[in-house]
Each structure stands twice: as C-alpha cells, then as structure tokens.
Design a protein around this ligand. Structure first.
Ligand code: SF4
Length: 308
C-alpha cells in the first residue's frame, strides 16, 4: 500500500537550516549504508537552494532506499514497487510549482519500474530522479539486480550472474533525459552539486548514485569504488557533447567516470505541461476533454528527438 506523509514543517523566513529537512523518522538503514550519504546530500542541496520544505515533494517506490521520504521533512509519498515515476509525473502535472524529486534503488527503478523509467525520460517530465544504485536487491537480502555485473555471485545467482547489466547512463542519454549525472556516496560534496543541478534543471534529470550496500554487496564496496571513480569535471568533459557522453558512460573497470555526463538545455517538457494546462482550461470551457488530451500527447511525442 502507498502512504502519504503528513505535511512538512516549514521554517520562518530566514530561519532555514539543514536541520529543517530532518524527517520525523530516524533511518533504519544498516550502519555504513551508502543511502545515508544520499539523504544528507539531498537535504544539503535543498538547503543550499533555499527551498522551503513545502516547496518539494519526495516520492519513492519500494526498497531500502525507497524509505527515504520518511526521513526527510518535505512533502512525500512512499508508493508501489516500480511506480514512483508514474506517481511523480502525476504530482508534477497537478502542481507545476512543486520541485518533484523521485528516489529509489536500481531494482525498483531499472527493473520493476523499467517501463516507467523509459517513458518518463522520453516525455522529458520536469522532475529529478535519484537512483541509489547498489547493484543488488538489499531489502530482500541480496539478490541479483539489473545493474549487478556479469559473473556476480548473489543469493539468486550462486554460480554468477549470466546476464549483461543495464547501463543507466547511456540508456538515459539516448532515452531523452536532458540532465544525466552520476555520483558516489563516498564523495558527498560532489553529489550535492549533482543534485542541485538536477533540481534546478527544467526537464527530466537523472542522478545515478553508486551507493554501496555494505551488507549484501561484497564486490562493489567503498574500497572498490574509491580508487576508480574519476570526476568528469576534472577531465574537461563537455556535457553538451552527446557522443562523448555516451562513450564515457560505457567506461567501467579501472576508471569509472562520475559527474555531469550530459545536459540539454531546452525546457521542452515545461512547455508541454503548461500548454496542456492552457489547452485543458479552454477544453473544459468547451466541455471537450479529448481534444486537450490529444494536444498534450502531440506535444510530448513531437518533443521526442534528442536534439541539443
Ligand atoms: Fe543499505 Fe544494504 Fe542495509 Fe539495505 S541491506 S540498508 S541497501 S546496507
């Protein structure tokens, strides 16, 4: 069942602190879980952007990381497995002024919710999607996930995974996301910048975070990532270079890029949604809802091509 959290506690003007964003519930994640760093980075990002708790809504699916809306003082909703992006789209359509931030794990987002991931990207819906990617199903005690590397031994793959993993970075770039970034729980300051950029971006923004599961993933640990992750910002990467962004997104092994991989500036979905609203108002005055819906889909689909 889904649950809607109580309205957030707002701060008096000028009284906003990082503490303002502390939720009513203390996280029950395992000590050392990468998700603590993501929660702190999101709280810091909201604080540094000066957003009041009532101006943001954090929506999740199911999984360890999907408990996050309970730990943060904003509007929030803990929804169904893999359905957080569908709910987030509805929330954004209902209230354009709200900063909608969808959070979850790799299994929830790229597996069970893979269909919604693809279609929310091609629609370029104006929201931020933070995926705590630990390359395993943690809540169900350690099964192979869509981003588990080939050969990884887990409870569900005792002889090693025989499947190729999903690579969310190139997938998002070609799928129509207009802000695609990667972060690592061991580099929280950098993650704050990635999340701030995503929240400020007009359009669909993905921040895929390497967020180690210290209990069930003994391969992709902090120690494994630390020497490998390299910031694109330090390497002169141009995030408007579509081809290069895809190429760097495939890099894995001794060097793994993190940072802003790809961005396309056009605020196309914001246009689409506002046109939909105008159209809906006109249509309701003519009592003709179907024409407004047709117009809405026409704009979304004509908005598909990944041009810069
Ligand atoms: Fe984090 Fe893994 Fe523990 Fe879940 S099982 S809280 S992902 S460390």
């Amino acid at each position: 069942m889904s649950a809607i959290a109580a309205p957030p506690v707002t701060a008096e003007p000028g009284q906003l602190t990082k503490e303002t964003y502390r939720g009513r519930i203390h996280p029950d994640w395992c000590p050392g879980c990468g998700d603590f760093s993501v929660l702190a980075a999101l709280q810091t990002a909201l604080f540094e952007l000066g957003l009041q708790p009532h101006q943001a809504c954090v929506i999740s699916g199911i999984g360890c990381s999907s408990n996050l809306p309970g730990y943060i003082n904003t509007y929030g909703m803990h929804t169904l497995h893999g359905r957080a992006l569908a709910v987030s789209t509805g929330v954004k359509l209902g209230n354009h002024a709200l900063k909608v931030i969808c959070t979850g794990g790799d299994g929830d987002g790229y597996g069970i919710g893979g269909n919604h991931f693809v279609h929310t990207m091609r629609r370029n819906v104006d929201l931020t999607y933070i995926v705590m990617d630990n390359q395993i199903y943690g809540l169900t005690t350690g099964q192979c996930s869509p981003t588990s590397v080939k050969g990884m031994k887990t409870k569900s793959t005792p002889y090693g995974s025989v499947e190729n993993p999903i690579n969310p970075i190139p997938m998002a770039i070609v799928g129509g996301a207009t802000y695609v970034a990667r972060a690592f729980s061991g580099k929280q300051k950098h993650m704050v910048e990635m999340i701030k950029g995503a929240i400020q971006h007009k359009g669909f923004a993905l921040v895929d975070v390497f967020s180690p599961c210290v209990t069930y993933n003994k391969d992709n640990t902090y120690q494994w990532f630390n020497p490998r992750v390299k910031m694109l910002e330090d390497q002169g990467h141009d995030p408007t270079d579509f081809q290069k962004a895809i190429e760097r997104g495939f890099q894995w092994g001794e060097e793994i890029p993190i940072g802003l991989s790809c961005t396309r500036a056009k605020a196309r979905s914001a246009f689409a949604i506002s046109e939909f609203q105008r159209s809906r108002r006109k249509a309701s005055s003519r009592n003709c809802c179907s024409s407004s819906l047709a117009f809405y889909f026409l704009i979304f689909t004509s908005d598909f091509l990944p041009s810069n």
